[in-house]
Design a protein around this ligand. Sequence first.
Ligand SMILES: [Zn+2]
Length: 340
Amino acid sequence: MMALTKVKYCDGCQKDVEAVIVERPATYTFKGETFELIERVLQCPYCREDLYDELLDSETMRILTKLYEERVGLSLEEIKSIRGQYGLSMDLFSRILGWSKATIARYETGKYIPDNSHMQVLKKLKEKPETIDEYFKLNMHKFNEKEKRKILVKLNSYDQNIVEKNLVKLMNINYKMHEKTIDSGFRSFNFYKLVNMILFFAEEGIQKTKLMKLLFYSDFLNYKRNLISITGVPYVRLPYGPVPKDHDLLLSAIEKNEYIDIDYEYMNEYTFINIKAKRNFDDTLFNKEEIEILRQVKEFFKNYGSVAISEYSHNEDGWKYTQDRDIISYDFAETLSIGD
Ligand SMILES: [Zn+2]
């Protein structure tokens, strides 16, 4: 028990008293929920009446708020992030839900905690963001055409974000089965490292076929020297050379996440696929030796076009002694024609 005192006027005793702070268990009903807590209150030492104290009162309120958040669900930070994930203005977001704009503003500033029914809605939007479509359908008639179009653009680009995130997840799962095996050069697949390796080679634009080979040579050269790959990517043998497993899916995941542009050029019966970096290479993801390998590989093949590098790769044991569409074992790095 705290032995602090404070001079207060007691209405019961009709005089100033040395009021004492006491701790005691209390039960409160807050937004329809019942909570047990230990509160601190000021008491008159003579008549034992509670004396109002603003500081202690707001302390109890804070405890209640915290207990409510813990039980019902979302913290202030989480509440704030919900509207942000759609990129919607307060005005549009509140009208989609059928709430007032002031309500959203109060929730996001932490001035009010949503009551239970509003909290359930926010929780649902947090856990399953796509459920906002249901609210939009329900309140669609309240928007004019221009607003409807604006909302649809926002919600569609949100769906697009989900697709992008899921593509990365998919690639991670796809490569996970090769983790810590010779297929991946004993490295866990690192999407961002691979992306940046591509950014390194595609800074000024590069043909896809050549890029695929440069990735292969970088990973295999690092394995040759250090018995571990750089990116954890498994490579398969295709007729025109080694390529990352499921490379089309991989490139499309990287493109959809806005790291690269993929351009198609048609000439006679040929299609040329060009890849160009849209962001800067982040060298902090690599160690010194890996950076050195990337530079060496780039330099070694700088005068090779797609056809030349394809033909060059056909002399590698990894390509010669692997069945078509099979994974090329990193064991073949030992006899890789480049590096010593
Ligand atoms: Zn009193």
